[in-house]
Design a protein around this ligand. Structure first.
Ligand code: TYD
Ligand code: MG
Length: 455
């Protein structure tokens, strides 16, 4: 009798890169020591078993496709709806990733509440908490006027059967790492387990016609695979970020088949759950020190929305052999580059200094439009000159020190005006294209030296 073939594969638990042998550094994501060994049994799988339970679909003519199926349901949380591209879409699979304790379960339970109150059939599957724990949390979140179902189960075949039999409108799987699939030999939370489970949930979402949200913990150590492994398998990927010790949380979309990415939603954790922050600029700027050096307001576009934020820099003479550089909320390489540009193009000699740059409020900014803010904050700290609190600066800085045009300058200026700023320093090319906006002084600059003079 032929023995069943078992295959050993190594997976990167960060990004899911597969290899036949163990590797020290992952060629996929560049991380070290992330490979774990898993045994794959290729003969049976649960998908096959479930297939017989699923209703069969048939090819459809293009003109017969009903557009209503793409209809969206509002979660009654504007910030979340916007990140999703206008509400949850039927038949879709959404992945919500984030560090443990950041508030994923809380957010989803609030969504469940809002959907249940709109007469939707909601099923919350938890492999992490008991019914009593969930009930306790639900009681903090306020009024569940209509009911919803809770299900504490980790066996995916039972969960699948419940979904098929009851066809709920909205399902939460909290978390994918606790779901167990008996036909996959690999251990709980391993790459092959969570991938197989996600594959099954994807089929269920499409064929039963429900929206499924899966929670994925971002893990730093251990053999549990992280949500990045699943990103390519799902329709929408959201990450919930923020400082555990501060109350604000940022929800970011990094992939969305039904909307634009890079939208953010801002929330605040309170004793009665997450509250939306409708004016994030005000929130990000709250608690700005007065008359401090090395602090300036800048503006970044997050999706379609301008967000004003405070850039802080601390430049001081180093007491180390090699100057220290730290960046929080932006790429450290960007800081190094801007220091080099200031040094060479504006003759600000600070290469012997330590530099610490921080985006207050904890947002992570990728947009180069805050370059000018960073450069001016560093200059202010280096020269010990405070910057006018009613001034905003934004613009991308090029290697020759030129301040380059940024998009949507008008929205940024209007946002600054709305919040009571009086002056704005921005790229000359953007300033020229601006229609006359009254009530705020617009200063266009060509390069960093001009911007420094304008201070
Ligand atoms: P939780 O949703 O359990 O996080 P996750 O599912 O991402 O692991 O959130 C847990 C934290 O949120 C915990 O530290 C308690 C806090 N919290 C509040 O501050 N207010 C609340 O109303 C709730 C329900 C939780
Ligand atoms: Mg949780």
């Amino acid at each position: 009798m032929a023995r069943k073939k078992e295959k050993t594969v190594f997976f990167c638990k960060e990004c899911g890169h597969e290899s036949t042998k163990w590797l020290g550094q992952c060629p996929g994501c560049g991380q070290w020591n992330t490979f774990v060994e898993e045994v794959i049994k290729n003969d049976t799988n649960l998908s096959g078993e479930i297939s017989s339970d699923l209703p069969k679909t048939r090819p459809t003519k293009l003109k017969d496709v009903n557009y209503d199926e793409f209809s969206r349901t509002s979660t009654k949380m504007e910030e979340l709806d916007r990140v999703l591209g206008g509400g949850i879409v039927k038949n879709s699979l959404i992945l919500l990733g984030g560090d443990p304790g950041i508030g994923k379960s809380t957010l989803l339970l609030q969504v469940c509440k809002n959907l249940a109150n709109q007469d939707k059939k909601v099923l919350y599957v938890s492999g992490e908490e008991s019914l009593q724990q969930i009930k306790m949390r639900a009681e903090r979140l306020g009024d569940f006027s209509k009911d919803m179902y809770l299900y504490c189960e980790t066996d995916l075949s039972d969960v699948s059967r419940e979904i098929i039999n009851n066809s709920p409108d909205f399902v939460v799987i909290d978390s994918i790492q606790t779901m167990y699939n008996a036909n996959v030999t690999a251990s709980l939370g391993s790459v092959s387990q969570i991938r197989e489970s996600t594959g099954i949930l994807m089929r269920l979402a499409k064929e039963v016609g429900t929206t499924i949200v899966i929670v994925g913990h971002v893990t730093k150590e251990g053999t549990v695979a992280g949500p990045r492994v699943l990103e390519h398998m799902v329709d929408t990927v959201l990450y919930f970020e923020g400082d555990r010790y501060a109350s604000y949380r940022v929800l970011r979309s990094v992939k969305n088949r039904f909307g634009s990415t890079n939208e953010v939603g801002v929330f605040e954790m309170n004793e009665d759950g997450l509250r939306q922050v409708n004016n994030p600029s005000e929130y990000m700027l709250s608690g700005r020190p007065e008359n401090a050096t090395g602090s300036i307001a800048s503006c970044s576009m997050e999706g379609s929305r301008p967000i004003l934020l405070e850039v802080q820099a601390l430049i001081c003479e180093t007491s180390f052999q090699i100057p220290q550089r730290t960046a929080n909320g932006i790429d450290l390489k960007r800081v190094n580059l801007l220091m080099a540009v200031l040094e060479k193009r504006a003759r600000v000699k600070m290469s012997f200094c330590d530099a610490y740059v921080n985006i207050a409020g904890g947002l992570k900014i990728k947009e180069p439009a805050i370059d000018l803010g960073i450069a001016l904050a560093m200059y202010s700290s280096f020269k010990n000159i405070p910057i006018d609190e009613k001034l905003v600066a934004f613009g991308e800085i090029g290697l020759s020190g030129e301040v380059r045009m940024v998009n949507m300058a008008e929205q940024r200026v209007l946002e600054a005006k709305k919040l009571g700023f009086e002056k704005v320093i921005l790229p000359e090319t953007s300033a020229n294209s601006l229609k006359k906006i009254s009530g705020i002084k617009i200063i266009g600059v060509k390069d960093v030296s001009e911007a420094i003079k304008a201070l």
